[in-house]
Design a protein around this ligand. Structure first.
Ligand SMILES: Cc1ncc(COP(=O)(O)O)c(C=O)c1O
Length: 380
């Protein structure tokens, strides 16, 4: 349905197409194929292209304060692959995974496919609440805790440093792995950088995933895991059985991109665009959505999470989502889709602010606001 040009989508996690550095990618594809064509064309190693893993460490991971060696890295075919690999090596049917109360659907799918019992941790404006996390660790004995600490999908919230430290301490205290999924951290358009949970990880229990999808292009299907060597070895074996190795051409392009030092300028180019679109979207929600709609203003990333007023149980946004697509041609994701706490987010809407330009943001929110007022009974 998104192929329809009239459709205004706040639904996906799509980067702005005008932000793609296509000219650089065309030039670097040519360069790496000419310089290393035979190597790139050949079957590669399951762990990933050595040069790429080194440059990911040097240009992406270490600048964020994470100390790691190449043996602590594994190339992922998009960080999505990592959810599946973690599930394969750590989960048996019936095992528990803890995650943020509302979380990324793709990861939920991987855990459900593994027949895991997924339990959501309560969140406030600063993301997951450590006291609730500890209570659930003690009660559920999870195999791991999956969290998206920065500009969270779907809520846009960021966990502050003190809580991150606490999460790392809980991982050590209860001998539990933490999967820190951080694809949005570089897309900051205001406020101060917060160190990854991995920087507080004295017990080597945290696996950090970063992705090239949101900062470069999703089509490369490239991510990197940084974590305990033993665990990554097991994930690498599972990866070998699944796809043998990742897209070596993509790794070589990303490697050249990083080594030419192009990433900071790319991030500096796209983040302010996203910041302006975020502000525009927030202004539209204030103007057109039912009175009493709340949200935490994101400092980066791609999503704003709108909480409609009143009792969540009075809403059925899953049904309204389909109706909105057909009748007003506006797409959004409803809270039910992303909920790991049954019934909790029935009144919530995730709005992506990176895909649509200003005029379409305004137009889409005007249509959606009027639609919500009619169909939810919140007339103000
Ligand atoms: C939190 C989160 N993790 C991972 C991904 C998937 O990223 P990739 O394209 O690297 O598989 C997404 C994509 O939307 C996401 O929102």
């Amino acid at each position: 349905m998104l192929g329809d040009p009239e459709m205004i989508s706040f639904a996906g996690g799509n980067p702005a197409a005008e932000g793609y550095p296509l000219e650089d990618i065309i030039r670097l594809s040519d360069k790496v194929l000419r310089e290393k064509g035979a190597k790139i064309a050949q079957y590669g190693s399951t762990d990933g292209l050595q040069e790429f893993r080194e440059s990911a460490l040097q240009y992406l991971i270490k600048p964020r304060g994470v100390e790691a060696a190449v043996e602590n890295t594994l190339t992922l075919t998009g960080s999505s692959q990592g959810f599946d690999l973690m599930a394969r090596v750590l989960l048996d049917p019936g095992d528990t995974v803890l995650c943020d109360g509302a979380t990324f659907v793709g990861a939920l799918q991987a855990y459900h496919m593994a027949e895991a019992n997924v339990v959501g941790v309560e969140m406030d404006d600063d993301g997951v609440i450590p006291e609730d996390l500890e209570e659930k660790i003690v009660r559920c004995r999870p195999k791991f805790f999956y969290t998206i600490p920065t500009f969270q999908n779907p809520t846009g919230k960021t966990i502050p440093a003190a809580r991150r430290q606490k999460i790392a301490e809980l991982a050590a205290k209860y001998d539990m792995f933490v999967l820190e999924d951080d694809p949005y951290c570089d897309l900051r358009f205001r406020g101060e950088t917060v160190p990854p949970i991995k920087t507080f990880d004295r017990a080597d229990k945290v696996v950090l995933f970063n992705s090239f999808s949101k900062i470069l292009i999703p089509g490369l299907r490239l991510g990197v895991a940084v974590g305990p060597e033993e665990l990554l070895k097991r994930m690498s074996l599972a990866k070998q059985a699944a796809i043998a190795f990742s897209n070596t051409l993509g790794e070589a392009i990303a490697d050249a991109y990083l080594r030419e030092g192009l990433l900071p300028a790319q991030i500096a180019r796209i983040s302010p665009i996203y910041g302006r679109r975020c502000d525009r979207l927030a202004a539209g929600v204030d103007r057109f959505f039912p009175k009493g709609t709340k949200y935490v203003m994101p400092d980066g990333g791609m999503f704003l999470w709108a909480e409609l007023p009143g009792d969540p149980q009075n809403y059925d946004l899953t049904e309204l989502r389909m109706k909105a697509l057909k009748e007003i041609k506006v797409g959004f994701i409803d809270g039910n889709e992303m909920s790991a706490i049954p019934g909790k987010f029935r009144n919530c809407i995730r709005l992506n602010f990176t895909r649509e330009p200003f005029e379409r943001i305004d137009e889409g929110l005007e249509r959606l606001g009027a639609f919500l007022k009619i169909h939810t009974g919140v007339s103000q």
